[in-house]
Ligand binder design. Structure first.
Ligand code: E4P
Length: 218
């Protein structure tokens, strides 16, 4: 499973890159707003920092303006992926961008049928929002599983990108289901490293190591 970081914060991206396990980044308008920087500055900085795919979101709501945005963003780097909302205008945009070989990520997906449409439109990635589905009283992971099953049934090449992941169990279940990608906030990514038995075990090894006799100097 590929790991993307869900952030527009370049310090978080630098930290995750230093671990050597980061495959890409996803942003959204809310994450960009938190940085206090202009969209152009933050997006271009991330695109340069990260070798893998970087999803940046088109904010127009009609096909013609979405296409104009997408074509400009695509000139910023070969790793740019255009996030397009799951709407009829968005899907028309995806069909055209696919013909132009500009990668897309269909965002705000909350049902398996929406994911089916995104795949038929030729999307590169589809982003079901697991945590937000859970918040609304639905089973986000069940919808993720349905999407993976449907894509397998018909050999769709669209990659499933589990989004809105809120805790390590979301990541674990997404991996068991076979999601191609998980986009993860940095706090959750850090939690993936941790286990109290690792900390306790390391502490004991360090204490015992101090008891090992050292070789006498001649
Ligand atoms: C996906 O690409 C979105 O940026 C993100 O995962 C949404 O997560 P949230 O529901 O925690 O805002």
């Amino acid at each position: 499973m590929e790991f993307f970081l869900d952030t527009a914060d370049t310090n978080e991206i630098k930290e995750a890159l230093s671990w050597g396990i980061l495959d890409g980044v996803t942003t959204n308008p809310s994450l960009v707003a938190k940085t206090g920087k202009t969209f152009e500055d933050v997006a271009q900085e991330i695109i340069k920092l990260v070798k893998g795919p970087v999803s940046i979101e088109a904010v127009a709501t009609d096909t013609s303006n979405m296409l104009e945005e997408a074509r400009e963003y695509a000139t910023w780097g070969e790793n740019v992926v255009i996030k397009v909302p799951m709407t009829p205008e968005g899907m028309k945009t995806v069909v055209t961008l696919t013909k132009e070989q500009i990668p897309t990520n269909v965002t705000l997906v909350f049902s398996a049928n929406q994911a089916l449409i995104a795949a038929k439109a030729g999307a590169t990635y589809v982003s079901p929002f697991i945590g937000r589905l859970d918040d609304a009283g639905q089973n986000g992971l069940q919808i993720l599983e349905d999407i993976v099953t449907i894509y397998d049934n018909y050999d769709f090449t669209t990659k499933v990108l589990a989004a809105s992941l809120r805790h390590p169990i979301h990541v674990l279940e997404a991996a068991k289901i076979g999601s191609d990608v998980a986009t993860i906030p940095i706090n959750v990514m850090k939690q993936l490293f941790n286990h109290p038995l690792t900390d306790a075990g390391l502490k004991r090894f360090m204490e015992d190591w101090k008891k090992v006799p050292t070789k006498k100097k001649k």
